[in-house]
Design a protein around this ligand. Structure first.
Ligand SMILES: [Zn+2]
Length: 567
């Protein structure tokens, strides 16, 4: 028996140490030499007359369009599986689903990172130079975005991508469980594995900044979520925010301390009525239910899908406070309008038809949730309706004024999700600083709770009650999203800057809000942002719409106007 065991052990180690690496090298070598499995370019199954299928004299570009059409189809399938994972999947399917999702991520990655894609890009660029008359601005932009995607993925080992996809979905479940039990001992090794894996991916994504320097792994990660922004740009913008908020926040707290505190809501607010309200509000902002839906989950909220099948997933409603699911619905609804408004009726799956990255995505969510959804007139529309819906006639906590006060109360809190609009930035800045330290090696996971609490204490003078309220509260790091957090603060700045132009173009926004009609707002956003896809680079789009580069000034002016000057 022991002889047999030792033979088996020997065979096993021979396989892992010798045969497996050799097989992998052989597979990789063969894959490079093997011709690309070419897509069928002229068999459109949908919208044959769109730009996606329009004949182009560069055959290399035509091939790229078909390859990226198929990559887009992978995306759509992955999105659908992900929605099902969160909302409908039976427990017993958990493991097999992780395998399916990991496999699809790997296949999608292999399609993008194929060396033949690089050859087609080079050939298409040559055509672009020799026959510029055949290339309109959308085709130029599409080729540019194809190249950016290729460069972002080409050096990453497909195995790492598969592992990250699996670990990311496992992370949703781990996060839900550790939050329930405030279980740092389970969270710590999971986060260590996730950071280790993400760092390996980041290191293979690093591009050369110039002849001598290579970008940092954190910058490489951020590029995926916030294209067009450099760490140094964000540090400058965040520095300006911090400085001005140091002055504004005490004044706001002081002003509110002198006012009557809002009256807390008295539940219950039954789930069916809350979901009816949330769907009604989504219709008011112009979300199209024939091309999307609102779902509840036991996990954290997400949004995504395609313009024809957009899913907004919010956390199961809390029956003691309808404002929580309403906030999430308005936020996800803003994201949903962006997804539904993308130019995919023309560009379908092409990279130029994608959104502008997460800072812009968050700007659309925060425009609806915070900039517009916390205006006094919105609560004038809401109050009489919720009073009737929840049968709370004459309840003073349900008045427009009180609901407005509840949603604009500024407090120092340890919880990002319930943070107010003014202190929200500090929550983001804290995460931006800590995740950079985690990736530079200046901070180890084991020291994270202490570093988090110390930073929170420094910012607010208010220690979180437990790890659950501290470094465990966000799902982002558990799903491998490092470099995402700055999107929220940048998105808030973008939203405020866009709003300065929108309010000039649509002068009756207050009346529209009090009537519960945001269709003109949706159409404005659609025209200026959604329909643009990735035609422009992010910095160029903000300049085109607002006439200047992104600055925190409009957001800070918005805080002064709403929190200091309004009565
Ligand atoms: Zn969001």
């Amino acid at each position: 028996m022991s002889f047999l065991t030792s033979v088996l052990d020997h065979l096993k180690s021979f396989w892992t140490e010798n045969l497996l690496p050799a097989a992998k090298t052989l597979i990789r070598k063969t894959r490079k030499e093997e011709p690309l499995r070419l897509p069928a370019p002229f068999t459109p199954d949908e919208d044959a007359d769109t730009k996606q299928y329009e004949a182009h004299p560069s055959s290399a570009y035509m091939m790229l369009k078909m390859i990226f059409r198929d990559i887009g189809r992978y995306n759509a399938v992955i999105e659908t599986l992900g929605r099902d994972f969160l909302t409908a999947m039976p427990k017993g399917a958990y493991k097999s689903r992780l395998g399916q999702i990991g496999f699809l991520h790997r296949r999608r990655h292999e399609e993008v990172a194929n060396p033949q894609v690089a050859a087609f890009i080079e050939e298409a660029h040559a055509h672009e130079k020799s026959s510029p008359e055949s290339w309109d601005e959308w085709d130029h932009a599409n080729l540019r975005e194809i190249e950016i995607l290729y460069r972002h993925h080409c050096q990453v080992d497909p195995e790492l991508i598969e592992r990250r996809a699996r670990l990311g979905y496992e992370g949703r479940r781990v996060h839900r469980d550790v939050m329930r039990n405030n279980d740092w001992d389970t969270a710590r090794p999971f986060l260590e594995d996730m950071i280790d894996l993400t760092r390996r991916i980041a290191e293979s994504k690093c591009l050369r900044d110039n002849e001598h320097d290579t970008e940092s792994p954190y910058q490489a990660l951020m590029r995926e979520y916030i294209p067009g922004f450099r760490i140094a740009d964000i540090e400058t913008l965040f520095g300006q925010m911090t400085k001005k908020l140091d002055d504004l926040l005490p004044q706001i707290l002081d002003k509110q301390a002198k006012e009557d505190a809002p009256i807390p809501l008295k539940g219950p607010f039954p789930e069916t009525q809350q979901m009816w309200l949330n769907e009604t509000l989504l219709r008011a902002i112009g979300f199209d239910f024939s091309r999307g839906g609102l779902y509840e989950t036991g996990f954290n909220p997400v949004e995504g899908g395609t313009p024809e099948d957009t899913h907004l997933v919010i956390k199961s409603v809390n029956e003691s406070n309808f404002l929580i699911s309403m906030k999430s619905t308005l936020h996800e609804g803003g994201h949903g309008l962006y997804v539904q408004g993308l130019p995919r009726d023309v560009w379908r799956y092409q990279p130029v038809g994608h959104d502008m990255g997460n800072a812009w995505h968050e700007s659309q969510a925060l425009m609806i949730e915070m900039i517009l959804g916390r205006r006094r007139e919105f609560f004038e529309y809401l109050a009489p309706r919720v009073e009737g819906l929840f049968q709370k006639f004459g309840d003073p906590s349900m008045s427009a004024e009180n609901l407005y006060k509840l949603k604009t109360r500024v407090r120092k809190t340890a919880d990002r999700k319930t943070a107010d609009e003014v202190t929200y930035f500090h929550h983001i800045n804290l995460r931006f600083e800590l995740e950079r330290k985690l990736f530079s090696g200046a901070l180890e996971v084991k020291d994270l709770p202490e570093a988090w609490d110390a930073q929170m204490d420094k910012t607010f003078g208010d220690m979180p009650e437990s790890s659950c309220m501290g470094c465990l509260q966000d799902v982002h790091w558990f799903v491998g999203k490092f470099g995402y957090f700055p999107s929220y603060a940048l998105g808030h700045m973008i939203a405020a800057q866009l709003y300065t132009v929108m309010r000039k173009d649509i002068q009756n926004i207050p009346e529209l809000l009090s009537e519960g009609n945001l269709i003109p707002v949706r159409d404005w956003l659609n025209h200026k942002v959604h329909k643009q896809g990735r035609l422009r680079r992010p910095g160029a789009l903000i300049e085109e719409i607002t006439g200047g580069p992104l600055t925190p000034a409009p957001l800070l002016a918005h805080f002064e106007e709403r929190y200091l000057h309004s009565v």
